[in-house]
Design a protein around this ligand. Structure first.
Ligand SMILES: Nc1ncnc2c1ncn2[C@@H]1O[C@H](COP(=O)(O)OP(=O)(O)OP(=O)(O)O)[C@@H](O)[C@H]1O
Ligand SMILES: [Mg+2]
Length: 594
């Protein structure tokens, strides 16, 4: 049977990989020896590229789908290949394809490749770099690859299916050898950030982070904005301990990349069909313009000038053509007046720049408001701190908007020094002490399908089935844990079931979830199948009492573990979660770890 947080003493180093929508990096942390302080180092997988501690999440393959490079180097090499008149497959933003459960991803020039391969090659590249770095740091005699505890960060908003997919990717990437390996833990991104914010806080802040204070963490990244609310269970001088107050939430499409998407929507309108087609077809022009916009986006705030350079089009966009496009645009949009600067640049008016951010801000603000109220309802107090982490939190415009909307004398907005590496640092810290998040709030109601003796008046007639002369009520949703219940990290929910037919030799258990807190049947609206498993329960002639099955579920860790064991055969099965609408996971076999 696969261990659950066992072997805590056997690892010597934690390596945490933060595979982000926009940027990726890794951290290394040696297991601290008693009384030694924790050390976490964060590295850019493309060493030497610049000062950044993460690199752009981009991967390049040749036309035969062979890996060429990752990160900023992938983008650079792609530009060279295109300039040489050749082609290659460059992928960006592919973490979002996983969120959408797409099995294939589109390259910049519109060709497709398997998402599993694209992500696993990315993780393979990063993990190899991390191993090499650790090998260089330790002497060859000390370094042992199997003494690494790997951490992969995942958005808290992801479903179980996404998490299982990432574990499969880790197997494919050669990080672990099976998906149940206890050498890999998943760290929820805002949870990592929460740990890091407390641990890295300066002394004055730290002394305010006392037991029972409530801390909301806003992880504003490239793709997602993940929000977690924690209550501190430890004093500043004690090891970090907290519990989740309300289930993590946020939005998968609220991150900084969507400022870029809104900007591209503007370009589409401004360029018109012909020039926009050129923009889309010429990947290098597009990359250059987006890179230039990235600079404008990063520094944008009220009162800041935003001059967009369009010289990347060279002969495709003459000065006259640009003037004509500006004229057409300005006539169409009286509120957003563009100004030409020189032969190939335009000034984007402040209200236009604002319009790229504001739809995202509205969603973030309304969610934070909702969470503040929910926290107050549940704990009778509002959060005391909002920590803003993730690259998007570096945006002066986002910072000032959040401060303006929420800061008051009882609620402080804190932005750590390096918000974009908080998740990696915290993931390493989580790897060292995975129990620091003591309990989590169940995101959904979980249970399995059962039958029970039919009771007239209690059960509806249409659910009545007769089996071997006895009346049963079919399709009952037997709840293990209800949505919003607090579940301790090690809490295990177990129930024992008997077969209904005398000669039954196996039992099929189907795991369901729903957003409802009250649910009676598995075929009600809003109930979703998560996965299933079948257990051998014995021989036909054996008594029903001998053929019982114990089903156990654990919800308190970063991913759900569901398993069943037959009393008689000792047949043990783990439940694998399936994707609802996709063929993303090709192999849906139920694992058998006897
Ligand atoms: N000053 C800034 N203003 C706006 N956006 C910024 C700024 N600095 C960085 N970003 C954006 O932050 C993103 C990278 O942040 P981060 O590394 O936290 O995201 P990620 O981990 O890749 O995304 P996710 O966590 O959603 O998967 C990029 O999209 C980048 O454009
Ligand atoms: Mg991130």
């Amino acid at each position: 049977m696969a261990g659950f947080l066992k072997d805590t003493n056997t690892f010597t180093n934690v390596i945490a990989i933060d595979f982000g929508t926009g940027a990726s990096g890794y951290g290394i942390s040696p297991k601290p020896i008693e009384n030694h302080t924790l050390r976490v180092d964060v590295y850019n997988p493309c060493e030497g590229e610049n000062e950044d501690q993460k690199t752009t999440t981009a991967i390049l393959f040749d036309n035969n789908q062979n890996f060429i490079d990752f990160g900023l180097n992938a983008e650079r090499k792609y530009a060279e290949i295109i300039q040489d008149g050749s082609t290659a497959l460059l992928f960006k933003n592919y973490k979002m394809s996983l969120y959408h459960m797409q099995s294939e991803v589109k390259s910049l020039d519109g060709r497709t490749m398997s998402l599993m391969k694209v992500i696993s090659e990315s993780l393979k590249f990063i993990s190899k770099k991390a191993i090499k770095k650790l090998e260089d740091q330790l002497s060859k005699t000390i370094f042992k690859k199997d003494r690494i505890r790997w951490i992969l960060t995942v958005p808290a908003l992801w479903k179980e299916e996404h998490k299982i997919f990432m574990k499969k990717v880790a197997v494919q990437a050669g990080i672990i050898d099976n998906i149940d390996s206890n050498k890999l833990l998943l760290c929820l991104e805002p949870e990592g950030a929460s740990i890091c914010c407390r641990e890295d806080a300066d002394e004055t802040l730290k002394k305010d982070l006392i037991k029972n204070k409530i801390v909301a963490v806003l992880d504003c990244g490239g793709g997602t904005v993940d929000i977690t609310v924690h209550k501190l269970l430890s004093e500043p001088n004690e090891p970090f301990l907290c519990e989740e107050v309300i289930s993590s939430s946020g939005g998968c499409e609220w991150g900084s990349k969507y400022v870029d998407s809104n900007f591209e929507e503007f370009l589409k309108d401004f360029f018109g069909d012909e020039l926009y087609m050129i923009y889309q077809k010429n990947a290098v022009i597009r990359l250059d313009i987006l890179k230039h916009f990235e600079l404008l986006k990063k520094k944008f705030n009220i009162g800041e000038r935003s001059r967009l350079q369009l010289s990347y089009f060279s002969e495709f966009l003459t000065q006259e053509k640009l003037s004509e496009l500006i004229k057409i645009y300005n006539e169409k949009h009286k509120d957003f007046q563009l100004k030409q600067r020189g032969s190939s640049a335009i000034d984007l008016p402040e209200n236009l720049m604002k319009s790229f951010f504001e739809p995202l801000f509205e969603k973030i603000i309304s969610k934070v408001n909702e969470l503040l109220i929910e926290t107050k309802k549940k704990t009778n107090q509002f959060p005391n701190f909002i920590f803003m982490v993730g690259g998007f939190s570096e945006s002066p415009f986002l910072k000032s908007t959040i401060k303006k909307s929420f800061e008051n004398k009882n609620l402080r907005i804190v932005i750590p020094k390096r918000p974009s590496v908080c998740v990696i640092r915290g993931a390493c810290m989580f790897g060292i002490s995975p129990r620091s998040i003591q309990s989590r709030i169940a995101k959904k109601t979980y249970g399995i399908n059962t039958l029970s003796t039919f009771e007239i008046g209690k059960h509806p007639e249409n659910k009545k089935v007769i089996i071997e002369g006895e009346a049963f009520c079919n399709d009952l949703f037997d709840v293990f844990v209800r949505k919003n219940e607090s579940v301790n990290i090690d809490e295990e929910f177990t129930k024992t079931y008997c077969p209904v037919r005398a000669n039954q030799t196996e039992m099929k258990i189907i795991l369901y979830c729903t957003d409802k807190t009250d649910v009676q049947f598995v075929d009600e609206n809003g109930v979703r199948k998560l996965g299933e498993l079948t257990v051998e329960i014995g021989k036909k002639h054996q008594s029903m009492e001998e053929k019982t099955v114990t089903v156990s579920l654990k919800f308190g860790f970063t991913n759900i573990i569901a398993q069943a064991m037959s009393k008689n055969t000792n047949d043990f099965k783990k439940c694998e979660f399936k994707f609802e609408n996709s063929n993303l996971i090709e192999n849906n076999n139920i694992n058998n770890n006897k």
